[in-house]
Design a protein. Structure first.
Ligand code: ADP
Length: 482
């Protein structure tokens, strides 16, 4: 099985969220299952080619690609995904990709990913490599299924190539002005109201991907149902419904080379179910690091998140001060994003300097320390396609409190006194009161050390490795090429 994997971020080269984690780990598991797999991504300015042992290809240089009427050129850097034999190809065009961040609000954001997607297909042509599957991820790569059936359809190389589109978050759709179709090198006459490229008078990359791909997947079974509803479909529910027979929900896995309490190289004291008491050393270390007062009986809550409305902080807003004032708890927040949520945590830190610690920004080391050192992980998302942090937390014996939506509903089982199945705490209603009650339930159970340990162990016993999910992708690939 030959698979070309298209993505706009891939750990460890570049990551802004879960997409980066998935694209850095799923290809390795597919390779282990026997796939011949090549990963393609843009070479952003922040990627250090020598640190990542990437080399500039001699053959793949100064290759022309059209954006509208202008010709641009690109080079290709190649290497192996770390700890694997997976080939990576990074598309290099400094004009478009050497910017402060991978994603921008610049006027030419559409052109950046139009260039990337065409450049990827052109590179495949230069390699004379005929993939069975092109696996696309999110809007930044979702024109590829349309290119395969239009602009690039003449090429026999792609004659039996099928496409898979994975939607990691329906909230991001790549909507641009109608004029953008002229930049795309797609047939402009295909853009008209209700056409595969049009949504609310915008040129919508994701809609094109949903219409043209052979199979659509999303990152959890529950989310695959939710996005077909008006509440969660973000305007694409109708198109998704029309393709519901080809829409599958496959839960993401986690990369156990990176997120494993027995080997994690950011944490000082490693632990597993067999020496769970050593997790407490990580709590001490975390608390000392932020210069709070350590107390075994004070539950430490962790949050690691993009600070956006999606993540449910509107539920925390009205109860946060009250919660900190009336409970012996400590809350450590790592994240950056919308000003209103940064303000929320900054003002709470000001009011409760010995109870709330807020680190604004992106910090990989701290994210591991919080995952290992917290007692409870808070993730009350409004919607959550899959969510990785709750799976990392479960794996580290850090008990999650989540809202029952998307992948959170598929991974966190609410604790109930008598059924002995719970690995965390969850609630359904998107209401501050529901969150507060759930936090109180967790605080109450935290006092019972025996039960708490059982909850932790049940979480740590869950198998979130990629193997199971990678097999499901393989089955889908086989199904569409047969
Ligand atoms: P999403 O993709 O919606 O952001 P996920 O839970 O799927 O959410 O994945 C988020 C990933 O990004 C996790 O690996 C998490 O640890 C990481 N992350 C999010 N915010 C930060 C941050 N401020 N610092 C470090 N890592 C972060």
């Amino acid at each position: 099985m030959k698979v070309a994997f298209a993505c706009s971020e891939c750990f460890p080269y570049v990551k802004t969220g879960g997409l980066g984690d998935v694209c850095g780990s799923l290809p390795k598991s597919l390779f282990d299952l026997g796939c011949e797999i090549k990963v393609f991504l843009p070479l952003y300015g922040g990627i250090n080619t020598s640190n990542h042992k990437l080399s500039l290809s001699d053959e793949l240089r100064d290759i022309p690609v059209m954006i509208g009427n202008s010709t641009h050129t690109f080079n290709v850097w190649t290497g192996k995904l770390p700890n694997s034999e997976v080939d990576v190809y990074l598309i290099d065009n400094p004009h478009y990709f050497h910017r402060e961040l991978p994603y921008t609000n610049d006027r030419d954001e559409d052109e950046r990913f139009i260039l990337f997607q065409q450049a990827m297909l052109i590179t495949i042509q230069y390699l004379k490599w005929s993939p069975d599957i092109i696996h696309c991820n999110d809007w930044q790569t979702s024109l590829i299924p349309a290119y395969l059936k239009t602009t690039f359809a003449w090429d026999k190389l792609f004659e039996s190539t099928k496409s898979v589109l994975s939607i990691h978050n329906i909230g991001y759709q790549g909507r641009f002005s109608p004029e953008s179709i002229y930049n795309s090198n797609l047939p402009v006459e295909y853009f008209y109201p209700y056409s595969p490229f049009e949504l609310d008078n915008s040129f919508c990359f994701l809609k094109a991907g949903i219409v043209y791909s052979d199979i659509i997947t999303t990152v959890s079974p529950t989310y695959s149902e939710e996005i077909q509803t008006e509440e969660f479909g973000a305007g694409l529910e109708g198109v998704l419904k029309s393709r519901s027979g080809d829409l599958y929900g496959i839960l993401n896995g986690i990369d156990l080379d990176v997120w494993n309490p027995l080997t994690d190289h950011y944490i000082k004291t490693h632990y597993s179910i067999d020496n769970l008491e050593d997790k407490e050393e990580n709590k001490k270390n975390l608390i000392n690091r932020i210069e709070f007062k350590y107390n075994e009986d004070t539950p430490v809550f962790g949050i690691i998140s993009r600070l956006t409305g999606q993540k449910g902080f509107d539920l925390l807003k009205p109860i946060l001060h009250h919660l900190l004032e009336n409970n012996d708890i400590q809350l450590i927040v790592l994240g950056s994003g919308e000003t209103q949520y940064e303000e929320l945590f900054r003002s709470a830190q000001y009011a409760f300097p010995d109870k709330l610690f807020f680190w604004s920004g992106y910090n990989t080391e701290l994210s591991h320390l919080i995952t290992a050192g917290s007692d409870i992980f808070l993730m009350p998302s409004h919607y959550e396609p899959c969510g990785l942090n709750q799976m990392y937390s479960l794996n580290y014996g850090t008990v999650p409190i989540v809202r029952k939506t998307g992948g959170l509903a598929d991974t966190v089982k609410d604790y109930h006194e008598f059924d002995e199945k719970g690995n965390g705490f969850s609630f359904k209603d998107y209401l501050p009161d529901a969150l507060e009650k759930t936090i109180h339930r967790a605080l109450y159970m935290f006092k019972d050390k025996k039960i708490w340990k059982e909850i932790m162990i049940r979480g740590m016993k869950e198998d979130f490795s990629w193997k199971i999910s990678a097999e499901k992708y393989m089955d889908l690939y086989k199904k569409i090429i047969s």
